[in-house]
Write a protein that binds this ligand. Structure first.
Ligand SMILES: CC(C)(COP(=O)(O)OP(=O)(O)OC[C@H]1O[C@@H](n2cnc3c(N)ncnc32)[C@H](O)[C@@H]1OP(=O)(O)O)[C@@H](O)C(=O)NCCC(=O)NCCS
Length: 292
């Protein structure tokens, strides 16, 4: 008997036809051959294309920003409009999922301020920007309406699949990013490929307790976000370094940052462990088993 794709049993909305991926990118930044680098059969629906520089798309763009502000406002991380324009719409790639406005909860449509005459309303947002280092992109924003919807109205996997869709569609090889220690988003970010911690403390950021990571995108890890299966390939390659990071201890972050700067790494975090633990529990720091 054919094994049921765990993705489709946990994120049924993906198949409904009333929710589709969107790509919000200026024409010059369109991806030449989308979805050709990574082998994956999850995203079968044609994306909705929107041009962020086109005045006709302003209701959609404003709703995208509403999601951003409602998701990040409380964390003091909401981005000003000029940052969205200068650092996302112009250089980068914005994507997510959008729902057919007529099928969405009325309160959500009202909260996002999108006119009911707009066929599609954004439900999530992910931004990546290519860097000067060939093949490497920086992820700087991920949010979904789940962060402010009542539990019973949430779309399971919306945040995770928004980033997954963008990495797949844009053929991203290597993805870096920043997240705050103790953030639920670490449960998502750790599942796109083995997560190397390239910084554990960032006083240059608004929040010094920020972790900077990098991963080689590997779709073999993605399904484990839903199945919660152990990543045996990770355990084969990496072992505990004898060190931990405590999301409640700034000192532990500074100590790890010093080790990273002294080239004692590379250091990694385990997605399976992050998935099982409470957000504020100390995390095991792993290193390569070989060459030691
Ligand atoms: C973080 C965020 C992007 C996650 O997206 P989402 O759509 O809510 O999450 P998904 O449905 O894709 O994934 C659900 C999983 O995430 C984890 N998760 C999400 N929110 C969580 C929370 N508040 N506490 C603990 N785990 C959480 C769980 O593992 C959950 O899976 P489970 O219920 O099977 O255990 C979203 O909550 C958000 O927009 N937050 C505010 C903005 C933000 O902090 N963004 C991250 C910046 S790096």
């Amino acid at each position: 008997m054919k094994k049921l794709n765990p993705l489709l049993s946990k994120a049924t909305w993906l198949e409904s036809g009333d929710i589709r991926p969107y790509v919000f990118v200026r024409p010059e930044n369109q991806i030449a051959q989308p979805g050709t680098r990574h082998k994956l059969d999850w995203f079968t629906q044609e994306p909705i294309y929107k041009n962020p520089l086109n005045l006709n798309e302003m209701p959609f763009a404003d709703a995208v920003l509403q999601i951003e502000w409602k998701s990040f406002g409380k964390q003091d991380l909401a981005i000003p409009k000029w940052v969205f324009y200068d650092c996302a719409a112009m250089p980068g790639f914005i994507a997510g999922f959008a729902g057919r406005t007529s099928t969405l909860p009325k309160q959500l449509v009202k909260d996002l301020g999108i006119p009911e005459t707009e066929e599609w309303c954004p439900l999530s947002l992910f931004i990546i920007i290519p860097t000067m280092h060939k093949g490497e992109w920086v992820a700087y924003d991920l949010c979904s309406v789940n962060s402010f919807l009542p539990k019973e109205q949430q779309y399971h996997g919306l945040g995770f699949l928004s980033k997954a869709f963008a990495l797949w569609y844009a053929n991203v090889e290597q993805c870096s990013g920043m997240t705050q220690w103790g953030s639920p988003s670490l449960k998502l970010h750790s599942h796109y490929g083995h997560l190397e911690m390239i910084g554990s403390y960032a006083p240059l950021h608004t929040h010094a307790k920020t972790m900077t990571y990098r991963c080689e995108v590997n779709t073999a890890c993605w399904e484990k976000f839903f199945t919660k299966d152990e990543d045996l390939a990770f355990l084969e390659k990496y072992g505990p370094s004898g060190r931990t990071i405590d999301p409640k201890s700034e000192q532990s972050m500074i100590e790890m940052q010093n080790l990273i700067q002294q080239q004692m790494g590379p250091y990694y975090l385990s997605a399976s462990e992050i998935a099982k633990q409470d957000l504020l529990q100390p995390l095991t720091v792993y290193h390569l088993k070989k060459e030691r």
